[in-house]
Design a protein around this ligand. Structure first.
Ligand code: PHE
Length: 452
């Protein structure tokens, strides 16, 4: 079985998975909705106090079991019901892929329309509110009609297939080695531009000076949920990737590097978005979800010289972030098909992604022709998004922690943390305690928070 070839490649791939639209786009939106810097601080605490240990538990399971997410549990606890966790990861993977591929398609569509200039066809003397209307109408055209979003979604799924066909080393690792440095260069470039805009300081202040009175139970629960999602926990991704880690990879160090880089990306995004938005007086705009990247930011680009260039680079950044994440998610199921159905790589990739064409087509159309088809009052896209993020991810993460902490073969975590006694890991006991007690309690709090 192929393992990741280099330490850098393994980290690039894992960071690539973590740094997705959740990190680059949902993070600023959550930060704004939850009181700015105070949210950032709680998020940082959640990342390190909970994210690192839970990530380590997933790494340990994957490398000890060296199989797909079902196979890992079968190998470690044969004849038990624990492999059901693996089945849940396959279900989650399909739910998330279905809508996330659509968003990936939008990022591609915006990238192309930035290149062709179609995005910047607003009348030159438009007032601020006219611009607002123009970009809102554009978003409707790009996102909520039938044909174009559908085509770009299909192109995005096709791109995933192309990468996955290359396998772990020549597909995932090679892509990550090229795209992740590009992503960081783009982020730093945008950060410099944004911070040098007139009036950028107010945005920085909002993002970096905390108002602790804003911290409430709700803020903490949101920060926890954001930490889980942005680290790709509870999806089986890290179990799968860790099954490709060499035996001598230091899991503790790897997890701290991955979490730190993910945080760095989130902070850079904050330093891009908040100054830019405050500099152009757009702070009252929703930074929520789609409006932020598809309406507010194009307005910012419109007001900059070389709009097309900046917009193109920005949507390349988003597309890269999305692609390295969807590939990791699809890999969970590809590995599953390879191990369980004994398919070769190519057959497995097509078996896994062919249904995604259909599923994501339905999600894409749920903004257009299928808009009136509702489940629990939500269009298909929103339904899958809500159920997977609010319920499935926390449940899978909870079950994974309970298994790794209490039911896995004795000493599994410690053996993996110390590479079977060959390296020191003085933090091991503390980490096991978090996986056993703190993380499950925190995740139950998230679930309760979402249910009520
Ligand atoms: N961490 C990823 C993100 O921030 C989560 C994710 C992974 C989502 C894979 C979809 C697919 O977007």
């Amino acid at each position: 079985m192929a393992l990741f070839k280099s330490k850098i490649g393994l980290i690039a791939a894992t960071v690539g998975s973590a740094v997705g639209l959740g990190t680059v786009w949902r993070f600023p939106a959550e930060t704004q909705a939850n009181g700015g810097a105070a949210f950032l601080i709680v998020y940082i605490i959640c990342l390190f106090a909970l994210g690192v240990p839970v990530m380590l538990a997933e790494f340990a399971l994957g490398r000890q079991g060296r199989s797909d997410t079902v196979g890992v549990f079968r190998r470690l606890s044969p004849g038990t019901a624990w492999p059901a966790i693996g089945i849940a990861t396959i279900v989650v993977a399909y739910m998330i892929m279905s809508f996330y591929m659509v968003v990936g398609g939008w990022t591609l569509e915006y990238m192309f329309s930035s290149i062709t200039g179609d995005l910047f066809t607003a009348p030159t003397k438009a007032t601020a509110s006219q611009l607002d209307m123009f970009y809102t109408a554009k978003m409707h055209q790009y996102v909520m009609t039938d044909t174009m979003p559908l085509i770009f979604t299909m192109v995005f799924v096709g791109t995933n297939i192309a990468v996955l066909l290359g396998g772990v080393q020549k597909g995932i690792e090679r892509m990550s080695n090229v795209l992740m440095p590009l992503l960081f260069i783009l982020l730093v470039g945008f950060c410099i531009v944004s911070l040098t805009l007139p009036g950028a300081g107010d945005g920085v202040k909002f993002f970096l000076s905390p108002d602790f009175s804003k911290i409430s139970a709700g803020v903490v629960i949101n920060a926890l949920g954001q930490a889980l999602f942005s680290l790709s926990l509870g999806m089986g991704i890290l179990v799968t990737y860790a099954s490709y880690f060499p035996d001598n990879t230091k899991l503790g160090r790897t997890s701290v590097i991955v979490v730190s880089l993910t945080l760095l990306v989130a902070v850079l995004m904050g330093l891009i978005i908040f100054p830019a938005v405050s500099s152009f007086g757009l702070t009252d705009h929703g930074l929520k979800g789609t409006t932020l990247v598809f309406v507010t930011l194009p307005e910012v680009f419109e007001m900059l010289p070389a709009s097309q260039l900046w917009a193109t680079l920005f949507f390349i950044l988003l597309t890269v972030a999305a692609l390295t994440s969807t590939v990791s998610l699809a890999e969970v199921v590809v590995r599953f098909m390879q191990e369980r159905a004994h398919l070769g790589r190519t057959a497995a990739v097509f078996a896994v992604l062919s249904p995604v064409f259909a599923l994501s087509a339905l999600c894409s159309l749920s903004f257009g022709s299928l808009e009136s088809f509702k489940i629990c009052g939500m269009i298909l896209f929103d339904f899958l998004d809500t159920v997977s993020n609010n319920y499935m991810l926390p449940l899978v993460a909870l079950a994974t922690c309970l298994y790794a902490g209490w039911f896995a073969p004795k000493g599994m975590l410690n053996n993996q943390f110390t590479n079977f006694g060959t390296i020191r890991a003085p933090w091991s006991a503390a980490c096991v305690a978090v996986v056993r007690f703190v993380a499950p309690a925190a995740i139950v709090a998230i679930l309760i928070g979402y249910i009520f």
